[in-house]
Ligand binder design. Sequence first.
Ligand SMILES: *Cc1c(COP(=O)(O)O)cnc(C)c1O
Length: 406
Amino acid sequence: MSNWNLHPSTRSVNSKNPIKEAIADVPLPENFHLPTYSLALGDPTAFPEFSVHPLVIKLVEENLLSGSGNGYTHALGPKEAREALAAKYSYENIQLTWEDVFLDVGGCGAIHTAMSVFLNPGDNILIPAPGFPLYMTVAWNLNAEARCYRLKPDQGWEVDFESLERIVDERTKLLVIVNPSNPCGSVWTREHLLEILEWCRAHKVCVLADEVYHGMTYGKPHYPMGSLTDEVPVITIGALSKIFLVPGWRCGWIIVYDKYKKCTDIKEGIFKIKNLLLHGVPFIANAIPRLFAEMPENYMSELMQKVKDRAEFVYEKVQEIPGLAMQMPEGSLYCMISIETEKFEDIRNSVDFTEKLAREQGILVLPAEALMSEKSFRIVLCSQLSILEDAMGRIKEFVSFHLKSN
Ligand SMILES: *Cc1c(COP(=O)(O)O)cnc(C)c1O
């Protein structure tokens, strides 16, 4: 060989991230005459009122200091942590054992593992739009296909079954649902989840239930998919990241709900893939049993009350802004705001909206194009209320400058 061969692999070249592509070119202006804010960033640790509960830190600190979490652990995570998760996420219809739980490197690691086990090149996975873009990236990485089905913005962001019917075929391996939803902030009813399960049963497609926001609601209860079916295998994704506001800790898991033992080979596949890369950090995983046992009862309701206050504020503001619309969100940490582009003089799409808003008002939002959708944007409901007030005022002014005059 006369030359170095330094071409990256096809797999790495294909691993694109739609968020980075849609907003890579949208900077907040420097030296702006007003403070600039990002309402786009999905990391709660950036917001002072969403700091980590001290008990969470203390439990992990104790594990670190005890010296028990410095070595390698089992590839699927420490047994005690798996047992605690099995107990926590068992439901009336199904009793889990520790062997149904697989720890992984964050929720994202768990998604990557689950998709790697299910998908051969050419297979496909059905994902919601708007939705979480990692599913696209992982599908591309595996030389598989992520096909988007539509959620209905004016009907609680529920599944548009017609769009689902158009994209399913014999190579469909998984239907992804994200509930409570990032980015929509919606929480589906039990009836809607049962409709989805009926669809899966009819098509013999497993559900990948992304429940990283498990229990994070303020409008109505969250029904975990695994609690609602015996017949349809449910692969649930969970993580400490959002529940305990520690996304940097990289601790997530897969739970396989499989009452009739249809997934024995799938579980074996998870074991094999996990042996490529061990699970995350043991002194964090070792804290799981006490984290779930000892957090104050009102921890989650207090956290979600803060999100609710912000959601209500934004919702009321948006009602005053012609050209924008939204549904009252009910869970997770976000909401989507629709842009009625036909009412605007010079806004073509949500990337255009985002770029002009950043330039003219110093406010950054996440355009729906980054979330496989259009004509809307996501904001994070974690900023201080005073910041949201300032930001929503500026969004209102921005819209009034760009609406058609009649
Ligand atoms: C944040 C998030 C994840 C996973 O997050 P990790 O930081 O990897 O634990 C998965 N799915 C959705 C919908 C998310 O918002």
